[in-house]
Ligand binder design. Structure first.
Ligand SMILES: N[C@@H](CCC(=O)N[C@@H](CS)C(=O)NCC(=O)O)C(=O)O
Length: 208
């Protein structure tokens, strides 16, 4: 089994952090050549995205959460994707919110404004996709709404879903750090998010 990654990116860090929390070691291969995916990788995996887990039988698993689900099923302890029907649903709900409302908003800002994304307005495409500058303000407003929602959720909750650390915390952390890398800091008014961030960023797995 091999994990192909573009190490600096949030989805790849999500999988590494998940594996670290579980104590699972998987050989990793860097799929990028500088700031873009390597040509050999795009030929191997025409979906042109990382992470991708290649199993020993040749099956290619894409999508960071699907990869995490694979390991959660094989190695259920410690549970990182919920423990019963309600908890699993809540973890998935908040993981999806962190990705679709947090990471995707930051991606929208980054892809449509950063010079290295000129002609690469969307990830996973072979053809040129132009930047659309008006999406930057929309992304900023979307990110503000996500932070407001997260601030309310963390009021009285140690972790994103109650007491137990889960993949919802992992996706939230990697999304926020991606935002910080793009100079999009946690808003000063979000004191619950800041308290949560200091706690979760100090976990050894956060260095993965
Ligand atoms: N929904 C996918 C997103 C994967 C994704 O966006 N991968 C980015 C890095 S975070 C990528 O490989 N980008 C390559 C490119 O844009 O060329 C997942 O969670 O795995």
């Amino acid at each position: 089994m091999k994990l192909y990654q573009f190490a600096a990116t949030p989805s790849c860090r999500k999988v590494r952090m998940f594996l670290e929390e579980k104590g699972i070691v998987v050989p990793t291969i860097d799929a990028n050549d500088g700031m873009a995916l390597a040509d050999w990788y795009c030929e191997l995996y025409p979906h042109r995205m990382t992470p991708m887990l290649e199993l020993d039988d040749g099956t290619q698993l894409g999508e960071s959460v699907a990869i995490c689900r694979y390991f959660e099923t094989l190695h259920p302890d410690p549970p990182l994707m919920g423990t019963d029907a309600k908890d699993r649903a809540l973890v998935e709900m908040w993981e999806r919110r962190a990705y679709l409302e947090g990471a995707a908003a930051i991606e929208e800002i980054f892809r449509n404004s950063h010079p290295i994304c000129v002609g690469r307005g969307l990830q996973g495409t072979a053809e040129r996709v132009d930047q659309i500058p008006v999406l930057v303000d929309r992304g900023r407003a979307r990110l503000r709404r996500f932070y407001d929602k997260l601030e309310r959720q963390l009021d009285g909750n140690r972790h994103v879903v109650g007491e137990r650390f889960s993949i919802a915390d992992i996706t939230t952390l990697v999304s926020i750090d991606f935002g910080r890398w793009c100079q999009l800091d946690i808003p000063a008014a979000c004191i619950n998010v800041q308290r949560w961030y200091s706690d979760v960023a100090a976990r050894p797995s956060a260095a993965a």
